[in-house]
Design a binder for this molecule. Structure first.
Ligand code: ZN
Length: 420
């Protein structure tokens, strides 16, 4: 097989396109492929898709393609222009790379694949493409994804807040719980941040929302009450956030007790922090003997821990009345434990009980949001070198938006033999 035929196959070129020349530059480790077309041809108007004789040719375009072994590879082509009686003189759609791009469809898609796996810096090192050009690829892919996406309000929504770096301001994230995607990233974590999102949808769409899971964060509650009809029956304070309130209280009890004990030169609580925070079944086996030993001592943190572990049963109930009975009993226990942080946490939970109990009916949590959070943590790690919050937002949509990011060649024939 000669080299022109080989490259025609590799590029998927079809008649009347052909390769007129291949330049092999060994010192620059570079291959340049020149593509032309035979005649006579007709070309297609990109708007109405009618075919006409070519009008003229645009300037030479150079598309970077996937490497040939270690050699950078470029495709040179002058695309014909069409003169449509209705739409005037237009460039035909390019089969080589997207309009405005200097990369072939295949190469740009490859860069998107790499950017999904590693940081922009790493992709730059691997491919020799500069940070700015790579960012442009990412940015364009997100814009492309949004253009293709049908904007709709999810039936089951998760709302969460996220800070991108220590000392940074917060962003408000809206998830589609069914799909596991980030639908929206808004600046700050105030009422307006969430309202701005809800406002883009009609009353009918907002009314169709079945559940909104969130942290007990007043501005989000207010925004949801304003825009989602019957919000009080739809807001669910997330199980993980509820458990976090009580778990933080356990930690506080441990810290205070540890401080007191150390005054008496007793060090039993040293290095035990996570034993009390982990769920019982998550305590690593090798720590169990030590944990059992501690449980035999008359410790305040042990009582706090038991109250925390007991609350977890609440989410097993599927009947509202039984759940309420269980909660009352738990609440009485927690309020009489004489451990200040636990009593305080129990009161906070009680105050929000109605929208914690909505879980019994909806049986959804923000757990998916939590797993998305894991992805967002990855975005943060990959994102070093991001210069502003717009970059972070783009990166979140890129990694977590569930968008169709890839450039696609035109589905119509843009250039073909003239048959008659
Ligand atoms: Zn036309």
């Amino acid at each position: 097989m000669d080299d022109k035929r080989l490259y025609s196959k590799l590029l998927g070129l079809q008649d009347p396109w052909f390769i007129s020349d291949i330049e092999f530059n060994e010192s620059d480790e570079r291959i340049d492929i020149h593509v032309k077309h035979h005649n006579p041809i007709v070309v297609t108007c990109p708007v109405c898709r009618n075919s006409y004789a070519p009008y003229d040719h645009g300037p030479e375009r150079v598309f970077q393609h996937l490497n040939t072994c270690q050699f950078k590879t470029f495709v040179h082509v002058r695309l014909p222009r069409v003169k449509c009686p209705t739409h005037g003189v237009r460039q035909i759609l390019s089969e080589f790379g997207e309009s405005g791009s200097d990369k072939t469809f295949a190469f740009e898609s490859y860069l998107i694949d790499l950017a999904k796996e590693c940081s922009i810096q790493a992709v730059s090192r691997l491919t020799g493409v500069s940070w700015d050009r790579l960012w442009h690829v990412v940015d364009r892919s997100v814009a492309r994804g949004f253009k293709r996406k049908k904007q709709r309000l999810p039936i089951r929504i998760g709302v969460d807040e996220k800070s991108f770096a220590k000392g940074h301001t917060y962003e408000t994230l809206v998830y589609d719980i069914n799909k596991g995607t980030v639908e929206y990233v808004g600046d700050y974590r105030n009422q307006q941040s969430l309202e701005a999102y809800f406002r883009t949808f009609s009353y009918k769409e907002r009314n169709a929302v079945e559940a909104v899971t969130m942290d007990m964060w007043d501005p989000y509650i207010a925004a949801t009450k304003l825009h989602i009809p019957d919000a009080l029956n739809k807001i669910i304070f997330d199980r993980f956030h509820v458990m976090k309130i009580i778990t933080d209280a356990v930690d506080k009890v441990r810290r205070e007790e540890h401080k007191e004990l150390r005054k008496q030169n007793v060090d039993v609580l040293k290095g035990t922090r996570y034993l009390w925070l982990w769920a019982r079944e998550n305590v690593p086996p090798w720590r169990l003997p030590k944990f059992k030993e501690l449980q035999n001592l008359d410790l305040k943190v042990c009582r706090a821990w038991a109250i925390k572990e007991n609350l977890r049963h609440f989410w097993d109930y599927s009947n509202n009345m039984w759940a309420a009975k269980f909660f009352d009993k738990w609440y009485r226990w927690a309020c009489h434990c004489r451990l200040e942080p636990i009593m305080k946490a129990a009161k906070t939970i009680k105050r929000h009980y109605k929208n914690i109990a909505t879980y019994i009916r909806h049986r959804i949590t923000n757990a998916l949001g939590e797993s998305l959070n894991g992805k967002i943590e990855k975005v943060k790690r990959l994102a070093c070198g991001f210069r502003n919050r717009e970059h972070y937002k783009t990166a979140i949509y890129f990694h977590c938006g569930g968008l169709d990011l890839y450039p696609k060649p035109p589905v119509i024939k843009t250039l073909q033999w003239k048959t008659s």
